[in-house]
Write a protein that binds this ligand. Structure first.
Ligand code: SAT
Ligand code: MN
Length: 598
């Protein structure tokens, strides 16, 4: 299949052409299709995927341009235990990554990939991460035998011709090879070769395992490039908060997977906060560089959102509900009799006849969820009613605040601010969070998830902390740093803070800290809001409940510091001593402060 795009590529990047041929010799597809990202191509791909059953068309009146995909039941989340960073030495991958020697891994995978695309088409998917004409932008090419992956990549990235144009004659692109093989978990591996700017992913068709632009390139490989080139690739949403005077403050925020990044990035402020607005720049990944002005600037490398469906409803995320009305691929949600989608927590009555994410009849009395807890929507960012007008700005947006947040039932107050950059890096580095359905394994256990990057940092985590600390030298105007926790619970198990749209009140406090309009209380763990400075207009929350949400409980902190210390020990000698000093300072402060004061 020799298309116009291929001619263009062959004229320009000979490295690309050479690599595609080499991979085709290995995998032996029946045909090679170069993707140009056009509408006509999308129609063709969609028709093929519909014919094979990989996509199920949804009701064109209710969900125009929308499709449902059902994954193999053994392939519904990222598999961190099967994800490897194959750097030259084990020490480069560090204590938090799985590591295998690169030569051995290539050899093993070559065996698996050999002839794996026989009887299949190899799609060549060129894509651009970041706005075009931006110094942030990077090119990747994914070779895949999954049409579902191609259609998702088309939504998630700037895919096709635009990427080849940006690449020109250069050989500088990420080389991604992906084959679903036979979806046997015994032949499933997601391997990164940072030294070669290469990713080989086998045996899974699921999101973060198979859409190689996302966690594999935009985080694991990009974090490695960022370290070499002096920038940051982070698991962060980016949003702009507009205050009633028209000022926009940009905030980047790191939360682990399935902790509400998409909801926060698209938050519609409560009616009581008249004149406040939020614009989404990105919902999952931020690439950040120091600008000539000494500020930190961020872009969203992606062009779409791969969000968690369950729990999304008109109250929790009205913008997302509007966004997924058209041109969206749903994965592992339930389907109604009239071919609409449904999921748990949608807050609309399911119709009588409904099939669950596996395609089996389901009724509301069932003890099983209708949609898989990690079911997702893939939607183009242009559908987001709150999309920032700056999203294609090649410069990015200037970041005034960085927020870290985990899912913690206890210990961590609703919000507090770091004293300075080093303290902020310590807060990010010691972040803990309860595990979610986004990764396979036990759900709900607290694990350390530094900067929400535990599964995504492509090199030694101790070196990563050094890199973060070192950024300070280049920042003339560093962003302020904060920690938040929307998930703290009362003894009876109820949430202390209502979350969702009400999180806007915390963003407002952060904006007012950045513009130095409010003070804060100095505590051993950081700068806490004076309760009167949190705008609670129109929110019915007992003051005792707010006090609990903000409380520092020394007993809980002693246990927390133990866990932090254990984590620091596990990092070994690459751990920056500055971080140990921070931990000791908090410990001393907690001991001097005595018993529960809130
Ligand atoms: O599947 S993804 O890894 O892309 C989503 C997530 O887990 O954050
Ligand atoms: Mn994520």
């Amino acid at each position: 299949m020799r298309t116009e795009v291929q001619r263009e590529a062959s004229l320009k990047s000979r490295d690309l052409l050479h690599w595609v041929s080499k991979m085709a010799r290995l995998t032996q597809p029946d045909a090679i299709k170069w993707c140009d990202g056009s509408q006509a191509e999308t129609h063709w791909l969609t028709d093929v995927a519909t014919a094979t059953g990989e996509l199920i068309p949804l009701n064109p009146d209710k969900r125009p341009g929308c499709y449902l995909h059902r994954s193999n039941a053994n392939d519904v989340a990222r598999t961190e235990n099967l994800t490897f960073v194959c750097s030259d030495s084990k020490a480069d991958a560090g204590p938090t990554n799985n590591w295998m020697p690169p030569d051995e891994t290539y050899q093993k995978l070559r065996g698996w990939f050999s002839g794996s695309m026989r009887g299949r088409i190899m799609y060549v998917v060129p894509y651009l991460l970041g706005p075009s004409n931006s110094s942030f932008a990077k090119v990747g090419v994914e070779l895949t035998d999954s049409i579902y992956v191609v259609l998702n990549m088309r939504i998630m990235t700037r895919m096709g011709r635009v990427a080849l144009e940006c690449l020109g004659g250069s050989g500088d692109f990420n080389r991604g090879l992906h084959s679903t093989l036979d979806l046997d978990p015994k032949r499933r591996l997601i391997c990164h070769f940072p030294q070669d700017n290469t990713i080989w992913s086998a045996g899974s068709g699921y999101g973060g395992n198979a859409l190689l632009s996302k966690k594999c390139f935009a985080l694991r490989i990009a974090s490695h490039l960022g370290r070499q080139e002096g920038w940051l690739a982070e698991h962060m949403l980016v949003l702009g908060v507009e205050s009633p005077d028209g000022q926009i403050t940009y905030i980047a925020a790191a939360f682990p997977s399935a902790c509400g990044k998409t909801n926060l990035a698209m938050v519609r402020p409560p009616a009581a906060l008249a004149g406040w607005r939020v614009f989404t720049v990105g919902d999952d990944i931020a690439w950040m560089r120091v600008g000539a002005d000494g500020r930190l600037w961020a872009v969203n490398p992606e062009a779409g959102y791969f969000g968690v469906a369950p729990g999304t409803n008109v109250r929790s995320n009205p913008n997302a509900m509007a966004m997924v009305r058209s041109d969206t691929i749903f994965t592992n949600v339930a389907m109604t009799a009239d071919q609409d989608v449904w999921w748990d927590g949608m807050e609309v009555e399911p119709s009588k006849r409904i099939v669950d994410w596996r395609g089996q009849p389901w009724s509301s009395g069932s003890d099983q969820p209708a949609a898989h807890p990690n079911s997702r929507f893939t939607a183009p960012m242009r559908n987001n009613p709150a999309l920032s007008p700056r999203v294609e700005d090649p410069q990015g947006v200037p970041i005034s605040a960085i927020v870290f947040g985990g899912r913690r039932t206890t210990t961590i107050p609703l919000v507090f601010e770091a004293y300075d950059w080093i303290h902020g890096v310590y807060l990010g580095a010691t972040m803990g969070s309860e595990t979610t359905a986004a990764a396979s394994g036990e759900v709900g256990v607290v694990r350390r998830d530094p900067m929400a990057m535990l599964p995504f940092c492509g090199y030694n985590i101790g070196d990563y902390f050094h890199h973060w600390l070192g950024m300070r030298r280049r920042l003339k105007h560093p962003p302020r740093m904060f920690m938040v926790n929307w998930f703290r619970k009362a003894r009876d198990g109820s949430f202390l803070w209502p979350g969702y749209t009400e999180n806007m009140r915390v963003l407002k406090w952060i904006v007012e800290r950045v513009s130095e309009r409010v003070g804060a209380e100095e505590t051993p763990i950081g700068l806490l809001p004076n309760p009167r400075d949190l705008d609670l207009t129109g929110l019915d929350i007992p003051s005792q409940q707010l006090t609990q949400a903000l409380a520092i409980k020394p007993g809980e902190w002693r246990a927390e510091l133990e866990l932090q210390e254990k984590f620091f020990k596990s990092i070994g000698e690459t751990l920056p001593t500055e971080l140990e000093t921070q931990l000791e300072a908090v410990r001393t402060g907690i001991e001097l402060d005595g018993e529960d004061k809130h």
